[in-house]
Design a protein around this ligand. Structure first.
Ligand code: GCV
Length: 697
């Protein structure tokens, strides 16, 4: 026997790097033998007395997880014969403390019972129990009760028929349309598992800039094949629809929502869809937005369009999710105000099965935005939340930005619409206005890259989104801690270091990218800084429209002396933000044009404060690198190297962002770079040349 070859084989197998494919469902063996034995005593059997596909999924998921964590096969039995040490899965509709998808997990006399009102509840309970073990918590006297606060917890994929993904940075689409419905990529099931484990129960598989092909019988078969894979994981499928589809694929002369023939076409189409997919979720619609056609093309409004589709879906219990992301090509208007102006007057005019989906902020997924003023202002219309997981404005898959703090900042914002404590979270979970339907969506950051998200740490954004969609009261810290333990390491000091690094990453990005409430200094691919960009087919697609730098100062005046967008908020919010002295610094330039020499409450002038943030932000990427280097021994080598490489790129690009802003703004401020910071090594001309190259990619 050639021992050298055997040794090399074993060595390479043992050292095989983790490619990130398993996400947070790794279930690597628990190293601590005592802990493993303690868990194992309570996991001798999985008891399931049902043939329901969802319950079967729950039992099998438990079995897979336990096999990995405990290193033994835990049999699934119909009856444990009175033996303790079993995990019993049971559905009991008589659980007033739970909603339809909630679960209760109790450990009594060494029998763990996972109860749901439905099989879905049990499935979520099974994943919750595994999470408990993965994060090494005690299961003695375990007592967990949890129900999702929001009904429709969804991913929105901006995926196209040609496998490209709009704003996707992790490879191509997961959906192989040309192979479906015949070939089912095993990855579809892995996708469903990952989503179910964090409570996601819906997915829109195609881009909101939609192709009408998805509504053809050819594609509906493909979509149905995906739905079949997702179903046992409690995930419903939805489609984005192209509003003029009755014309493009139906051969009608119009797509007017008040035209009877058009209504009939949609009703027939809905009937056809439900034949393919009996539990189809419904439609997501982008209409009269960024060039997409819609009801306004026929002199109708958004409610007319949404209601027509809602009526077609209602007999099948489907829903319409109508996006509020709209703004007209009017350079004189303030884009900030557009969605509110168009949608607020329509409150109460939508059918019962319509949800209006609103982006978290009024512009477009900027690194920091105030909450959209619509939240709280449409009490008679269910408003859903749209967050973006894919890092369109957050450095794609090279910059590290843990997004839970972005989500929380919005969810915890107080609209004051029914007095203090009327948070955005309470608007979208329906508790404030008794909405009959509730929804939250994340624009997915997944793709065909082996590790799903490109940046290995961006998996945490998918994870945190799902967990927050289930329970928006969870903190960013708790979610980071869970994800790190389940995905990267359970070594306490490294868990602490990586969690801390994740938590600080967003603020670091904002500092070198868009501090003090700056926004949108970019065009084209949305990656490179371009604050000087002043020409486009539309003024609101230039950078200067947003930052408004001039010889006096910087920022967009949205008070009464400016666009008066602030008037869209409740007076309590206006009072805080109207006055530059009380406006929180992170939002300052969103609402005020501030003089360069104005002293801020940090004791520095605006110019000095900006420079301080740009420089410390860029320097902090060095800190991220050091922190990451310090956990090397506890992180899988492939993951470690991938993140280290990306951080090195981020470091380079953070300096480039800093230089672009500082050199450009200095042309207006005419102020020196304050000590101790040093003048950028390159000139503005050089930065512009660099950016031009990036815009080419
Ligand atoms: C899907 C931004 C993005 C677009 C996106 C749009 C939307 O403008 O840049 O790629 O289109 O938002 O949310 O509809």
């Amino acid at each position: 026997m050639n021992y050298k070859i055997v040794f090399l084989f074993l060595f390479s197998t043992l050292c095989r790097a983790d490619d990130g494919y398993r996400l947070w469902l790794k279930y690597d063996p628990i190293k601590d033998a005592g802990q493993r034995a303690a868990y194992a005593r309570s996991a001798q059997f999985i008891v399931l007395n049902s043939t329901s596909p969802v319950l079967k999924t729950a039992a099998e998921e438990l079995q897979t997880g336990l096999q990995g964590l405990l290193g033994k096969t835990v049999p699934i039995v119909a009856n444990a014969g009175g033996k303790t040490g079993s995990i019993v899965l049971t559905v009991n509709p008589n659980q007033p403390q739970l909603n339809e998808e909630g679960y209760q997990i109790l450990n009594r006399q060494n029998t763990i019972t996972i109860t749901g009102k439905t099989g879905f509840g049990v499935l979520y309970g099974a994943f919750a129990l595994l999470r408990h073990l993965q994060t090494r918590q005690s299961i003695a006297q375990l007592s967990l009760t949890s129900s999702p606060k929001i009904q429709h917890r969804m991913l929105n994929h901006w995926d196209n028929t040609d496998a490209s993904i709009e704003r996707g940075y992790a490879g191509e689409s997961l959906w192989k349309w040309y192979e479906l419905p015949e070939r089912i990529d095993p990855r579809y099931r892995e996708y469903a598992r990952a989503n179910a484990s964090i409570g996601i129960n819906g997915t829109v598989v195609n881009n909101v800039n939609a192709s009408s092909r998805f509504l053809t019988a050819e594609y509906l078969q493909k979509v149905a094949a995906l739905a079949n894979v997702f179903r046992p994981y409690g995930i419903k499928i939805y489609l984005s629809v192209y509003f003029p589809a009755p014309k493009t694929i139906g051969g009608l002369k119009t797509a007017d929502p008040l035209d009877p023939e058009v209504n009939q076409w949609w009703a027939d189409k809905a009937n056809e869809i439900y034949k393919f997919i009996p539990d189809f979720g419904g439609f997501l619609v982008k209409a009269n937005s960024e060039g997409q056609p819609g009801p306004q093309d026929y002199g109708r409004n958004h409610a007319d369009g949404a209601n027509m589709l809602a009526k077609a879906l209602a007999p099948h219990k489907g829903i319409v999710i109508w996006r509020a992301f709209v703004y007209k090509a009017d350079g004189k208007a303030d884009r900030f105000k557009a969605a509110y102006d168009e949608f607020k007057p329509l409150d109460g005019q939508f059918e019962k099965n319509v949800i209006v989906q609103v982006k978290n902020g009024p512009i477009d997924f900027q690194p920091r935005e105030p909450f959209s003023p619509i939240f709280g202002m449409m009490p008679k219309t269910p408003l859903g939340m749209e967050f973006q997981l894919t890092q369109e404005y957050l450095g794609f898959a090279t910059h590290l930005v843990y997004e839970a703090p972005i989500f929380k900042e919005c969810l915890d914002s107080d609209t004051y619409v029914s007095g203090k404590g009327s948070t955005v979270a309470k608007v979208i979970d329906g508790s404030l206005h008794d909405y009959t339907m509730t929804a939250i969506a994340g624009v997915a950051n997944t793709g065909s890259d082996r590790n799903w998200t490109g940046h290995p740490l961006a998996q945490a954004n998918w994870y945190a989104f799902g967990r927050l969609a289930w329970d928006h009261t969870l903190s960013s810290e708790v979610l980071a801690d869970e994800w790190v333990k389940m995905t990267l390491t359970n070594e306490p000091s490294s868990v602490k270091t990586v969690t801390d690094l994740l938590l600080k990453s967003r603020e670091i990005y904002v500092n070198y990218n868009t501090p003090l409430g700056l926004s949108r200094p970019w065009t084209g691919v949305h990656f490179a800084p371009e604050p000087w960009q002043n020409r486009s087919s539309r003024p609101d697609w230039t950078a200067v429209y947003y930052h408004r730098a001039d010889s006096v100062g910087l920022g967009f005046d949205r008070t009464a002396t400016g666009s008066n967008a602030l008037a869209q908020y409740r007076p309590e919010v206006q009072r805080q933000w109207n006055n530059p002295e009380t406006c929180p610094l992170p939002y300052l330039l969103w609402f005020h044009h501030i003089a360069w020499t104005k002293k801020l409450n940090t004791g520095r002038t605006l110019w000095d404060e900006l420079c301080t943030r740009f420089y410390t932000g860029a320097d902090s990427v060095g800190w991220l690198q050091k922190q990451w280097a310090s956990v090397k021994k506890d992180i899988d080598p492939e993951t470690f190297a991938s993140v280290a490489g990306r951080l090195a790129t981020q470091q380079k690009e953070a300096v480039w962002w800093r230089d672009a802003w500082v050199l450009y703004l200095q042309e207006f401020s005419k102020q020196p770079i304050p000590a101790p910071f040093k003048k950028p090594e390159r000139t503005l001309k050089e930065v512009k040349e660099l950016v031009n190259i990036y815009q080419l990619r």
